[in-house]
Design a protein around this ligand. Sequence first.
Ligand code: IPD
Ligand code: CA
Ligand code: CA
Ligand code: CA
Length: 255
Amino acid sequence: MDFLALAKASALAAGRLQREFFDKEVEIRRKGEIDLVTEVDLKSEKLIVDILKASGIPVLGEEEAKAEPVGRYWLVDPLDGTTNYAHRFPWFAPSIALMEDKQPVLGVIYHVMLDELFWAERGKGAYLNGRRLSVSRIDDLNNAVLATGFPYGIHEDPVKVVKAFHDFLVKAQGVRRAGAAALDLAYVACGRLDGFWEPHLKPWDTAAGILLVEEAGGKVSNYLGEPYDPFQNHIVASNGLIHKEMTKIASKYLP
Ligand code: IPD
Ligand code: CA
Ligand code: CA
Ligand code: CA
């Protein structure tokens, strides 16, 4: 079975649904004070699970699909960027990874409103709409544009996150906070961003994106520069050249 084709088909189908509802009134619930889930998140996950079912491989999704993360399983964020979606800010993506234990072997991320399909397979490179990707060549933080995000617990515990943000801000050429971690990682892979860091992400936020970055020649670690897997709660991803400079800052602000 062509798992990549299946993952792409599921991402494109979820994307179509998300585009269709983008301008409509959708039902929104709260999982926490600022942590939203829309009916489109739930519908997208159902659609993706339904398509991936053909593989016979179990699915662990952010919303309802609850496979155990062992052996081979799909790891799915049906709509990364829910706050954006709920506010009609056109920056969100389904993110789908095929996992072997803690490591992604295949990843697909679909930037819905730009119709950009990113994918990677372990050992076979990373692609955007069929074009092979490589990370940027910026080799110092001073010339780098970085991205980050803020966890849903930011109201309760903002200090470390804001201090880290400050330290990157005064070193980098620019810092972006667009609101979809999967796209931040895809953007590091294609060289539009030079680096990314964030605490408290969930496995479905990063699984597909880290494979894209690695297959595009970049580096992914935790804040300490150690090997990262998506079940850890601090990540630095970069083009490799600015990685040490980034972990030097991030390591001071371990969550
Ligand atoms: C969120 C986004 C956001 C990040 C949050 C994530 P969701 O995922 O990736 O960029 O800063 O920490 O939880 O809830 O929109 O799928
Ligand atoms: Ca997410
Ligand atoms: Ca999500
Ligand atoms: Ca969410």
